[in-house]
Design a protein around this ligand. Structure first.
Ligand code: DX5
Ligand code: ZN
Length: 221
């Protein structure tokens, strides 16, 4: 039987966009084949960098009907679940390392009508998600240490993606696997082959000569 190659969901990260012209970046994404907007929130505490927060996300939401994929790199994310829903998040991703009561936090996210995501740092084993995998809509596998765009992809990620795919299959779950950090047109195909469903790309998209074309290239990898 002819096997149809799965096509990745592309989630460009606006962290790499020109903040003086965010509206133009949103318009470009709306015209592109990107299905999700990836929005990185950093608090200078969970990660050694500060990005942007609720008011910016609220403005971006007004420009698009695409999926707002909000990645919280903050401590105590459970305090802000209702606020991010109000700002326009469709998917709210919290870090495993920031959530002592992860199961409860996931339930709270879903209670607000959002999809629930869990991000794991490079040192965090996918095995730790086994007991909650059926409660997770998206696992965001960090392929760099969170905090900055433009870093080098960590090769061990492939192994983690394959192991995570197996955990999802064994649990009969419909969890998506998202890869975040250092994604380029040179590793996209291999990531999808390993089991990735969603590719986040900041630098690769926004620093490309033709960002829209780059999104298409990543999608068709
Ligand atoms: C890193 C962020 C990423 C970042 C990716 O902490 O979570 O989403 O924007 O940037 P690139 O694609 O440039 O590695
Ligand atoms: Zn991110």
């Amino acid at each position: 039987m002819h096997q149809i190659k799965p096509m990745a969901i592309i989630a460009p990260s606006l962290l790499a966009a020109d903040f003086l012209h965010l509206g133009n970046a949103c318009q470009m994404l709306n015209e592109s084949e990107a299905a999700w907007f990836h929005l990185d929130v950093m608090d200078g505490s969970f990660v050694p960098n500060i990005s942007y927060g609720l008011p910016i996300i609220e403005q971006i939401k007004k420009t698009t009907t695409k999926v707002m994929d909000v990645h919280l790199m903050i401590v105590n994310p459970e305090k802000y679940i209702a606020d991010f829903k109000k700002a326009g998040a469709d998917i709210l991703t919290v870090h495993y390392e920031a959530c002592p009561h992860l199961h409860s936090t996931l339930q709270q996210i879903k209670a607000q009508g959002m999809k629930a995501g869990v991000a794991i740092n490079p040192h965090t084993s996918v095995d730790l998600l086994k007991d909650v995998i059926n409660n997770i809509d998206v696992v965001c596998v960090m392929s760099v240490n969170p905090g900055f765009g433009g870093q080098k992809f960590i090769e061990h990620t492939y192994e983690k993606v394959r192991a995570l795919k197996q955990i999802i299959k064994n649990a009969n779950a419909s969890t998506l696997i998202e890869i975040d950090g250092g994604v380029t047109e040179n590793n996209a195909a291999q990531l999808v082959a390993a089991g990735a469903d969603v590719l986040v790309a900041g630098t690769t998209v926004f620093k490309a000569a033709d960002p829209k074309q780059m999104i298409t290239t990543l999608k068709n990898c």
